[in-house]
Design a protein around this ligand. Structure first.
Ligand SMILES: NC(=O)c1ccc[n+]([C@@H]2O[C@H](COP(=O)([O-])OP(=O)(O)OC[C@H]3O[C@@H](n4cnc5c(N)ncnc54)[C@H](OP(=O)(O)O)[C@@H]3O)[C@@H](O)[C@H]2O)c1
Length: 248
């Protein structure tokens, strides 16, 4: 199956580590040039850009704090001319904290909603004028959006908002641009390992039909599918990538 990503340009937020880094690398392996967006982890972003270049594709770094809308606008405006036509926009940046519901403060709630929900909107809003005809946007939500999580109420609420943002944006930007979402389960990144450490050792075997957690590249494969023309009839959808947890 030809994903038709050859010669395309992609911007990936959260590309300095984990799922975003794996997605940037896989997009490059499929022939796309990649804008590697990050916040604090410049070394990670350089590593991702090196991985993109190692398969012969172009890479540009784009530093931005997605919670600051003006910062995002400036970072997008500063992209070089050759990177100003996007075929793919992957909105993967996110942050999770684990706090019992009774201890959750308005400040922590606001920060996590700012990063995961408002930040995702900020990038979509600033980058949409760069999206080409037939562009694909992929938003990264979480299984938590469906289930709710007592220690992640703020995160789960923000991720649920992304599923609805996906539907609204898909309607608003059709027929030119498709917008889809993925809802990964526990994935073995820095963020995922932190959460996994607080779970019973047999959690994956008890809860997941595949009896293990995901590798970042397994999530990236679904993101790249939704970013490609192989999914050209899919829009407004959320793809659960959770190893068969909590079948609905
Ligand atoms: N791992 C899991 O189990 C899991 C499950 C479901 C969903 N997800 C979602 O998947 C996405 C990627 O997570 P991951 O596991 O790969 O985590 P990760 O390795 O911690 O990566 C998070 C990324 O988000 C970026 N980021 C955080 N705050 C930012 C901000 N204010 N502005 C710009 N970028 C910011 C980070 O940039 P810097 O490091 O450069 O600051 C980093 O590149 C997230 O949206 C997460 O919620 C993860």
């Amino acid at each position: 199956m030809d994903l038709e990503l050859n010669g395309k340009t992609a911007l990936v937020t959260g590309a300095s580590s984990g799922i975003g880094a794996a997605t940037a690398q896989l997009l490059a392996e499929e022939g796309a040039d990649v804008i590697v967006s990050y916040h604090r982890n410049e070394i990670g972003a350089i590593h991702t850009a090196d991985a993109v270049r190692s398969v012969g594709q172009r890479a540009w770094l784009c530093q931005m704090n997605i919670t600051e809308s003006e910062h995002v606008v400036r970072a997008i405006a500063a992209l070089p001319d050759e990177a100003r036509h996007l075929d793919v926009l992957v909105l993967c940046a996110g942050e999770a904290t684990s706090t019992p519901f009774d201890e959750l403060t308005p400040g922590e709630w606001k920060h996590i909603v700012d990063v995961n929900l408002n930040g995702t909107f900020n990038v979509l809003h600033a980058a949409k004028q760069l999206l080409n005809n037939d562009a694909a946007v992929v938003i990264v939500s979480s299984v938590a959006a469906h289930t709710g999580v007592p220690h992640h109420a703020h995160y789960a609420a923000a991720k649920a908002g992304l599923i609805n943002l996906t539907k609204s944006a898909a309607r608003a930007l059709a027929p030119k641009i498709r917008v889809n979402c993925v809802a990964p389960g526990m994935t073995l990144t820095d963020m995922g390992r932190q959460t996994a450490a607080s779970l019973p050792p047999d959690y994956a075997k008890q809860k997941l039909l595949v009896a293990r957690f995901a590798e970042p590249r397994e999530i990236a494969q679904s993101i790249v599918f939704l970013a490609s023309t192989a999914s050209r009839f899919v829009t407004g959808a959320t793809l659960d990538i959770n190893g068969g947890r909590d079948l609905r």
